[in-house]
Design a protein around this ligand. Sequence first.
Ligand code: PLP
Length: 376
Amino acid sequence: MKFIAQRLKYFDSSDFREVFDQKTKLPHPIDLSVGEPEESTTDYIKEAGIHAIRENKTKYTPANGIPELRAAIAKKLREENSLATASEENVTVVPGLTTGQLLIYMAILDPGDEILVMDPYYPPYNYLASSIGARVTLIPVLPDFQPNLLLIEAAITSRTKAIVINSPNNPTGAVYSEVTLHKIAQIAEKHNLLVISDEIYEHFVYEGKHFSIGSIYPNTLTLNGFSKEFAMTGWRIGYIAGPQEIINAINELQQYMVFASSSIAQYAALAALTKRPDTNGRYAKKRDLVKESLKKMGYDIHGMHGAFYSFFKAPGDLTDTDFVEKLAEHNLILVPGRAFSQLRGFVRLSYGAPQDLLTEGLRVLSEVTAELRKKD
Ligand code: PLP
Protein backbone atom coordinates (compact mmCIF):
# COMPACT_ATOMS: atom_id res chain seq x y z
CA MET A 1 0.00 0.00 0.00
CA LYS A 2 1.47 3.26 -1.21
CA PHE A 3 0.81 5.22 1.96
CA ILE A 4 2.37 2.86 4.48
CA ALA A 5 6.04 3.37 5.31
CA GLN A 6 8.54 0.55 4.97
CA ARG A 7 9.29 0.65 8.69
CA LEU A 8 5.92 -0.91 9.40
CA LYS A 9 7.27 -4.22 8.16
CA TYR A 10 9.29 -4.45 11.36
CA PHE A 11 6.21 -4.42 13.56
CA ASP A 12 4.17 -7.53 14.13
CA SER A 13 1.36 -7.34 16.63
CA SER A 14 -0.54 -10.27 15.11
CA ASP A 15 0.05 -12.49 18.17
CA PHE A 16 -1.36 -9.91 20.55
CA ARG A 17 -4.27 -9.26 18.16
CA GLU A 18 -5.02 -12.96 18.11
CA VAL A 19 -5.03 -13.06 21.91
CA PHE A 20 -7.33 -10.06 21.96
CA ASP A 21 -9.69 -11.70 19.43
CA GLN A 22 -9.79 -14.87 21.51
CA LYS A 23 -10.69 -12.83 24.58
CA THR A 24 -13.52 -10.95 22.90
CA LYS A 25 -15.04 -14.21 21.65
CA LEU A 26 -15.25 -15.69 25.17
CA PRO A 27 -17.89 -14.45 27.63
CA HIS A 28 -15.76 -14.96 30.77
CA PRO A 29 -12.20 -15.80 29.74
CA ILE A 30 -9.63 -16.87 32.32
CA ASP A 31 -7.21 -14.20 31.25
CA LEU A 32 -3.61 -14.94 32.20
CA SER A 33 -2.24 -13.00 29.25
CA VAL A 34 -2.10 -9.49 30.64
CA GLY A 35 1.19 -7.93 31.78
CA GLU A 36 -0.35 -5.88 34.55
CA PRO A 37 -0.54 -6.14 38.33
CA GLU A 38 -3.99 -7.11 39.60
CA GLU A 39 -4.35 -4.17 42.02
CA SER A 40 -5.99 -0.85 41.25
CA THR A 41 -3.98 2.32 41.79
CA THR A 42 -3.95 3.08 45.53
CA ASP A 43 -6.29 5.81 46.80
CA TYR A 44 -3.61 8.28 47.94
CA ILE A 45 -2.19 8.31 44.42
CA LYS A 46 -5.61 8.72 42.82
CA GLU A 47 -6.41 11.54 45.26
CA ALA A 48 -3.21 13.32 44.23
CA GLY A 49 -4.31 13.08 40.58
CA ILE A 50 -7.76 14.44 41.45
CA HIS A 51 -6.20 17.18 43.55
CA ALA A 52 -3.94 18.17 40.62
CA ILE A 53 -7.01 18.54 38.41
CA ARG A 54 -8.87 20.59 41.04
CA GLU A 55 -5.83 22.85 41.52
CA ASN A 56 -5.66 23.41 37.77
CA LYS A 57 -2.30 21.70 37.47
CA THR A 58 -3.46 20.80 34.02
CA LYS A 59 -1.08 22.78 31.82
CA TYR A 60 2.01 21.80 29.86
CA THR A 61 4.97 20.94 32.05
CA PRO A 62 8.66 21.10 31.12
CA ALA A 63 9.45 18.46 28.47
CA ASN A 64 11.58 16.50 30.92
CA GLY A 65 8.93 16.60 33.68
CA ILE A 66 8.15 18.75 36.72
CA PRO A 67 11.28 19.46 38.79
CA GLU A 68 9.68 18.10 42.03
CA LEU A 69 9.09 14.72 40.40
CA ARG A 70 12.57 14.56 38.91
CA ALA A 71 14.06 15.43 42.29
CA ALA A 72 11.99 12.71 44.00
CA ILE A 73 13.00 10.14 41.37
CA ALA A 74 16.68 11.10 41.68
CA LYS A 75 16.45 10.70 45.48
CA LYS A 76 14.88 7.27 45.07
CA LEU A 77 17.60 6.25 42.60
CA ARG A 78 20.36 7.42 44.93
CA GLU A 79 18.91 5.82 48.05
CA GLU A 80 17.42 2.60 46.71
CA ASN A 81 19.54 1.88 43.65
CA SER A 82 22.88 3.39 44.70
CA LEU A 83 23.01 5.59 41.62
CA ALA A 84 25.22 8.09 43.43
CA THR A 85 25.13 10.76 40.73
CA ALA A 86 21.37 10.72 39.99
CA SER A 87 20.06 14.30 40.04
CA GLU A 88 17.11 16.40 38.94
CA GLU A 89 19.06 17.20 35.75
CA ASN A 90 20.08 13.74 34.63
CA VAL A 91 16.63 12.22 35.12
CA THR A 92 13.92 12.66 32.50
CA VAL A 93 10.24 11.80 32.84
CA VAL A 94 8.67 10.04 29.85
CA PRO A 95 5.09 9.08 28.99
CA GLY A 96 5.71 5.40 29.74
CA LEU A 97 8.86 3.39 29.19
CA THR A 98 7.67 2.11 25.85
CA THR A 99 7.87 5.62 24.41
CA GLY A 100 11.01 6.06 26.48
CA GLN A 101 12.61 3.19 24.60
CA LEU A 102 11.94 4.87 21.25
CA LEU A 103 13.30 8.17 22.54
CA ILE A 104 16.50 6.44 23.66
CA TYR A 105 16.95 4.70 20.33
CA MET A 106 16.34 7.91 18.41
CA ALA A 107 18.85 9.67 20.62
CA ILE A 108 21.66 7.12 20.24
CA LEU A 109 21.20 5.06 17.06
CA ASP A 110 22.00 5.91 13.46
CA PRO A 111 20.96 3.60 10.64
CA GLY A 112 23.33 0.61 10.60
CA ASP A 113 24.22 0.90 14.28
CA GLU A 114 23.77 -2.27 16.27
CA ILE A 115 22.33 -3.18 19.64
CA LEU A 116 22.35 -6.48 21.49
CA VAL A 117 19.05 -7.72 22.89
CA MET A 118 18.57 -10.88 24.93
CA ASP A 119 16.00 -13.26 23.40
CA PRO A 120 13.26 -13.61 24.81
CA TYR A 121 12.66 -9.84 24.97
CA TYR A 122 10.02 -7.20 25.63
CA PRO A 123 8.91 -6.73 21.99
CA PRO A 124 9.46 -2.95 21.62
CA TYR A 125 13.22 -3.39 22.30
CA ASN A 126 13.47 -5.16 19.05
CA TYR A 127 10.80 -3.63 16.78
CA LEU A 128 11.50 0.01 17.61
CA ALA A 129 15.23 -0.28 16.96
CA SER A 130 14.71 -2.11 13.64
CA SER A 131 12.13 0.42 12.53
CA ILE A 132 14.64 3.28 12.72
CA GLY A 133 17.21 1.36 10.69
CA ALA A 134 19.33 -0.09 13.49
CA ARG A 135 20.40 -3.72 13.51
CA VAL A 136 19.28 -5.86 16.41
CA THR A 137 21.42 -8.87 17.30
CA LEU A 138 19.43 -11.29 19.39
CA ILE A 139 21.37 -13.21 22.03
CA PRO A 140 19.73 -16.51 23.04
CA VAL A 141 19.53 -17.14 26.77
CA LEU A 142 18.72 -20.86 26.81
CA PRO A 143 18.64 -23.05 28.78
CA ASP A 144 18.20 -21.06 32.01
CA PHE A 145 17.24 -17.62 30.66
CA GLN A 146 20.47 -16.13 32.02
CA PRO A 147 22.64 -14.04 29.70
CA ASN A 148 25.53 -15.95 28.18
CA LEU A 149 28.54 -13.67 28.48
CA LEU A 150 30.54 -15.45 25.78
CA LEU A 151 27.70 -15.05 23.29
CA ILE A 152 27.34 -11.39 24.22
CA GLU A 153 31.00 -10.67 23.68
CA ALA A 154 31.13 -12.66 20.45
CA ALA A 155 28.23 -10.63 19.01
CA ILE A 156 29.91 -7.24 19.49
CA THR A 157 31.08 -5.52 16.30
CA SER A 158 32.53 -2.10 15.55
CA ARG A 159 28.95 -0.85 15.01
CA THR A 160 27.60 -2.10 18.35
CA LYS A 161 26.45 0.78 20.55
CA ALA A 162 24.42 -0.73 23.35
CA ILE A 163 23.41 -3.82 25.29
CA VAL A 164 19.76 -3.92 26.34
CA ILE A 165 19.01 -5.82 29.52
CA ASN A 166 15.86 -6.36 31.54
CA SER A 167 16.08 -7.85 35.00
CA PRO A 168 13.66 -8.92 36.46
CA ASN A 169 12.66 -10.06 33.01
CA ASN A 170 9.54 -10.04 30.91
CA PRO A 171 8.69 -12.72 29.76
CA THR A 172 10.98 -15.21 31.57
CA GLY A 173 11.00 -13.89 35.15
CA ALA A 174 14.80 -14.29 35.21
CA VAL A 175 16.69 -12.11 37.69
CA TYR A 176 20.34 -11.40 36.88
CA SER A 177 22.74 -11.72 39.79
CA GLU A 178 25.09 -8.96 40.87
CA VAL A 179 27.99 -11.09 39.62
CA THR A 180 26.44 -11.42 36.16
CA LEU A 181 25.74 -7.69 36.02
CA HIS A 182 29.35 -6.93 37.01
CA LYS A 183 30.49 -9.13 34.11
CA ILE A 184 28.14 -7.40 31.69
CA ALA A 185 29.49 -4.05 32.91
CA GLN A 186 33.05 -5.27 32.31
CA ILE A 187 32.22 -6.29 28.74
CA ALA A 188 30.46 -2.96 28.13
CA GLU A 189 33.41 -1.04 29.50
CA LYS A 190 35.93 -3.02 27.47
CA HIS A 191 34.04 -2.28 24.24
CA ASN A 192 32.85 1.20 25.25
CA LEU A 193 29.16 0.33 25.05
CA LEU A 194 26.10 1.84 26.59
CA VAL A 195 23.97 -0.39 28.84
CA ILE A 196 20.22 0.15 28.64
CA SER A 197 18.79 -1.41 31.78
CA ASP A 198 15.01 -1.75 32.06
CA GLU A 199 14.26 -2.24 35.76
CA ILE A 200 10.50 -1.78 35.73
CA TYR A 201 9.95 -5.04 37.69
CA GLU A 202 12.52 -4.24 40.39
CA HIS A 203 9.92 -4.58 43.14
CA PHE A 204 8.91 -8.06 42.02
CA VAL A 205 11.83 -10.21 43.14
CA TYR A 206 11.30 -13.54 44.94
CA GLU A 207 14.77 -15.09 44.78
CA GLY A 208 18.02 -13.17 44.73
CA LYS A 209 18.18 -9.42 44.99
CA HIS A 210 17.63 -6.62 42.52
CA PHE A 211 20.85 -4.87 41.56
CA SER A 212 21.13 -1.75 39.40
CA ILE A 213 24.00 -2.00 36.95
CA GLY A 214 24.02 1.81 36.79
CA SER A 215 25.50 1.82 40.30
CA ILE A 216 28.74 0.32 38.97
CA TYR A 217 28.80 1.39 35.31
CA PRO A 218 28.29 5.08 34.57
CA ASN A 219 27.50 4.53 30.87
CA THR A 220 24.13 3.09 31.83
CA LEU A 221 20.66 4.34 31.08
CA THR A 222 18.48 3.16 33.98
CA LEU A 223 14.84 2.80 33.00
CA ASN A 224 12.01 2.51 35.45
CA GLY A 225 8.45 3.67 35.89
CA PHE A 226 5.23 3.65 37.83
CA SER A 227 3.25 1.11 35.81
CA LYS A 228 4.09 -2.05 37.73
CA GLU A 229 5.22 -1.12 41.26
CA PHE A 230 2.33 1.32 41.78
CA ALA A 231 -0.20 -0.40 39.50
CA MET A 232 -0.36 2.71 37.33
CA THR A 233 -0.20 1.19 33.84
CA GLY A 234 -2.85 3.55 32.50
CA TRP A 235 -1.27 6.74 33.85
CA ARG A 236 1.68 6.45 31.48
CA ILE A 237 4.65 7.69 33.49
CA GLY A 238 8.16 6.30 33.34
CA TYR A 239 11.66 7.72 33.69
CA ILE A 240 15.19 7.41 32.40
CA ALA A 241 18.37 8.33 34.27
CA GLY A 242 21.87 8.34 32.87
CA PRO A 243 24.74 10.27 31.31
CA GLN A 244 23.82 13.95 31.03
CA GLU A 245 24.57 14.24 27.30
CA ILE A 246 22.21 11.41 26.43
CA ILE A 247 19.49 12.74 28.74
CA ASN A 248 19.89 16.15 27.06
CA ALA A 249 19.47 14.52 23.65
CA ILE A 250 16.36 12.67 24.85
CA ASN A 251 14.98 15.95 26.20
CA GLU A 252 15.56 17.62 22.86
CA LEU A 253 13.53 14.86 21.20
CA GLN A 254 10.86 14.99 23.92
CA GLN A 255 10.35 18.67 23.17
CA TYR A 256 9.12 17.76 19.69
CA MET A 257 7.81 14.23 20.05
CA VAL A 258 6.05 14.42 23.40
CA PHE A 259 6.09 18.09 24.38
CA ALA A 260 5.33 17.00 27.94
CA SER A 261 4.04 13.96 29.81
CA SER A 262 0.60 14.33 31.43
CA SER A 263 0.79 16.92 34.21
CA ILE A 264 -1.92 15.13 36.20
CA ALA A 265 -0.14 11.80 36.01
CA GLN A 266 3.13 13.45 37.05
CA TYR A 267 1.58 14.88 40.23
CA ALA A 268 0.07 11.49 41.00
CA ALA A 269 3.50 9.86 40.44
CA LEU A 270 5.09 12.42 42.76
CA ALA A 271 2.61 11.47 45.48
CA ALA A 272 3.28 7.78 44.79
CA LEU A 273 6.95 8.27 45.63
CA THR A 274 6.27 9.99 48.94
CA LYS A 275 5.26 6.66 50.47
CA ARG A 276 7.58 3.75 49.99
CA PRO A 277 5.72 0.74 51.35
CA ASP A 278 7.89 -2.34 51.07
CA THR A 279 5.91 -4.19 48.47
CA ASN A 280 8.82 -6.24 47.19
CA GLY A 281 7.91 -9.82 46.52
CA ARG A 282 4.21 -9.16 46.96
CA TYR A 283 3.38 -11.95 44.52
CA ALA A 284 5.65 -14.52 46.16
CA LYS A 285 2.74 -16.81 47.09
CA LYS A 286 1.26 -16.69 43.60
CA ARG A 287 4.71 -17.32 42.15
CA ASP A 288 5.17 -20.39 44.35
CA LEU A 289 1.75 -21.73 43.41
CA VAL A 290 2.33 -21.27 39.67
CA LYS A 291 5.84 -22.69 39.74
CA GLU A 292 4.88 -25.77 41.75
CA SER A 293 1.75 -26.39 39.68
CA LEU A 294 3.60 -26.10 36.36
CA LYS A 295 6.32 -28.45 37.59
CA LYS A 296 3.70 -30.96 38.69
CA MET A 297 2.18 -30.81 35.20
CA GLY A 298 5.59 -31.84 33.85
CA TYR A 299 6.77 -28.49 32.47
CA ASP A 300 10.46 -27.69 32.54
CA ILE A 301 10.56 -24.42 34.45
CA HIS A 302 13.39 -21.87 34.40
CA GLY A 303 13.47 -18.22 35.42
CA MET A 304 10.48 -17.19 37.57
CA HIS A 305 12.73 -15.50 40.15
CA GLY A 306 11.05 -12.16 39.58
CA ALA A 307 8.44 -10.14 37.63
CA PHE A 308 5.14 -12.05 37.28
CA TYR A 309 5.56 -14.30 34.28
CA SER A 310 6.36 -17.84 33.40
CA PHE A 311 7.71 -18.71 29.95
CA PHE A 312 7.54 -22.42 29.25
CA LYS A 313 7.42 -24.86 26.36
CA ALA A 314 4.18 -26.37 25.11
CA PRO A 315 3.82 -30.16 25.46
CA GLY A 316 5.39 -32.35 22.77
CA ASP A 317 5.86 -30.77 19.36
CA LEU A 318 2.86 -28.50 19.64
CA THR A 319 3.41 -25.00 18.24
CA ASP A 320 2.80 -22.07 20.55
CA THR A 321 -0.20 -20.89 18.53
CA ASP A 322 -1.79 -24.37 18.45
CA PHE A 323 -1.31 -24.68 22.21
CA VAL A 324 -2.72 -21.22 22.86
CA GLU A 325 -5.72 -21.99 20.61
CA LYS A 326 -6.32 -25.30 22.36
CA LEU A 327 -6.28 -23.53 25.76
CA ALA A 328 -8.65 -20.85 24.46
CA GLU A 329 -11.11 -23.61 23.53
CA HIS A 330 -11.12 -24.27 27.28
CA ASN A 331 -11.53 -20.61 28.14
CA LEU A 332 -7.89 -19.99 29.16
CA ILE A 333 -5.91 -17.18 27.54
CA LEU A 334 -2.09 -17.21 27.39
CA VAL A 335 0.24 -15.41 24.94
CA PRO A 336 2.13 -17.33 22.22
CA GLY A 337 5.85 -17.11 22.89
CA ARG A 338 6.67 -15.96 19.36
CA ALA A 339 5.46 -12.50 20.42
CA PHE A 340 8.58 -12.31 22.63
CA SER A 341 11.10 -14.58 21.01
CA GLN A 342 12.54 -16.35 18.00
CA LEU A 343 12.17 -19.53 20.05
CA ARG A 344 9.33 -21.73 18.93
CA GLY A 345 6.81 -23.60 21.03
CA PHE A 346 6.85 -21.40 24.16
CA VAL A 347 3.96 -19.60 25.84
CA ARG A 348 3.80 -16.83 28.44
CA LEU A 349 1.59 -17.02 31.50
CA SER A 350 1.10 -13.90 33.65
CA TYR A 351 0.37 -14.28 37.34
CA GLY A 352 -0.33 -10.60 37.76
CA ALA A 353 -3.94 -11.89 37.74
CA PRO A 354 -5.99 -12.34 40.94
CA GLN A 355 -5.61 -15.56 42.90
CA ASP A 356 -9.05 -17.06 42.04
CA LEU A 357 -8.48 -16.57 38.31
CA LEU A 358 -5.03 -18.06 38.64
CA THR A 359 -6.29 -21.14 40.49
CA GLU A 360 -8.96 -21.66 37.84
CA GLY A 361 -6.44 -21.13 35.03
CA LEU A 362 -4.01 -23.63 36.50
CA ARG A 363 -6.81 -26.21 36.82
CA VAL A 364 -7.68 -25.80 33.11
CA LEU A 365 -4.02 -25.86 32.11
CA SER A 366 -3.50 -29.05 34.08
CA GLU A 367 -6.47 -30.78 32.42
CA VAL A 368 -5.52 -29.73 28.89
CA THR A 369 -1.89 -30.67 29.50
CA ALA A 370 -2.86 -34.15 30.74
CA GLU A 371 -5.07 -34.65 27.68
CA LEU A 372 -2.33 -33.53 25.30
CA ARG A 373 0.30 -35.69 26.98
CA LYS A 374 -1.97 -38.73 26.67
CA LYS A 375 -2.04 -38.22 22.89
CA ASP A 376 1.74 -37.89 22.73
N1 PLP B 1 9.40 -2.69 30.12
C1 PLP B 1 9.03 -3.97 30.29
C2 PLP B 1 10.06 -5.02 30.45
C3 PLP B 1 7.67 -4.32 30.31
O1 PLP B 1 7.31 -5.59 30.47
C4 PLP B 1 6.70 -3.32 30.15
C5 PLP B 1 5.26 -3.64 30.13
O2 PLP B 1 4.82 -4.75 30.09
C6 PLP B 1 7.13 -2.01 29.98
C7 PLP B 1 8.48 -1.73 29.97
C8 PLP B 1 6.13 -0.93 29.76
O3 PLP B 1 6.28 0.11 30.62
P1 PLP B 1 5.37 1.39 30.48
O4 PLP B 1 4.01 1.05 31.00
O5 PLP B 1 6.07 2.39 31.34
O6 PLP B 1 5.34 1.77 29.03
